[in-house]
Ligand binder design. Structure first.
Ligand code: ADP
Length: 190
């Protein structure tokens, strides 16, 4: 299986590039943000637990996220591979992911990390907020909290994969297609 972690701060372009990666490599998209929004929309218990954190731009607690991912992986073991988008977001999540994949006899092939300067992230998220309908995209305070959460809790995840020689940094500014070309070149080396 080709299992990719797509990594980067909020607004880095993970959703956009995921779509292109999935189309080219035929992978199952596992976006924890999308899964949470689906639970929220359906009013499930899990959605209710996650809502307060999401509304405030905070990370949802690890045990809630990990349980949801574990279930989704088990349900899609017939896929060619997974693209993990927005997960893992803490080192504890990264460790849990390795353990769950090992149980299925698989592992992470590599990480793609999209690098984008902070001001560009804020501009992109505010622009997206005009049409995404996401409350967390429309408020500068919430956007700043998300970027702070990223820097404090999520950025160390890159080091976790660097130690495993799986980290690939990709410059995330430029045309969607040129960024995708760089990503494809990295994936073809996994
Ligand atoms: P973005 O990358 O633009 O911030 P996402 O759609 O990935 O957006 O996530 C939206 C929100 O969902 C996050 O701010 C957080 O509250 C929650 N969330 C998503 N994935 C995780 C995760 N792996 N761990 C904790 N919280 C998460």
């Amino acid at each position: 299986m080709l299992n990719i972690v797509l990594f980067g701060p909020p607004g880095a372009g993970k959703g956009t590039q995921s779509e292109k990666i999935i189309a080219k490599y035929d992978l199952k998209h596992l976006s924890t943000g999308d899964l949470f929004r689906k639970h929220l929309g359906e009013g499930t218990d899990l959605g209710k637990k996650a809502q307060g954190f999401m509304d405030n731009g905070k990370l949802v607690p690890d045990e809630i996220v990990i349980g949801m991912v574990e279930e989704t992986i088990a349900d899609h073991m017939d896929a060619n591979g997974f693209i993990f988008d927005g997960f893992p977001r803490t080192v504890a999540q990264a460790e849990a992911l390795d353990t769950m994949l090992e149980k299925h006899g698989i592992g992470i092939s590599g990480m793609i990390s999209l690098e984008v300067p902070e001001q560009e992230l804020i501009n992109r998220i505010l622009e997206r907020g005009k049409t995404s309908g996401r409350a967390d995209d429309q408020n500068r305070g919430k956007i700043s909290t998300r970027i702070e959460e990223y820097e404090n809790k999520t950025a160390p995840v890159a080091g976790f994969y660097r130690k495993q020689n799986k980290l690939n940094n990709i410059h995330g500014v430029g045309s969607i297609d040129s960024i995708f070309n760089d990503i494809s070149a990295a994936i073809d080396n996994f």
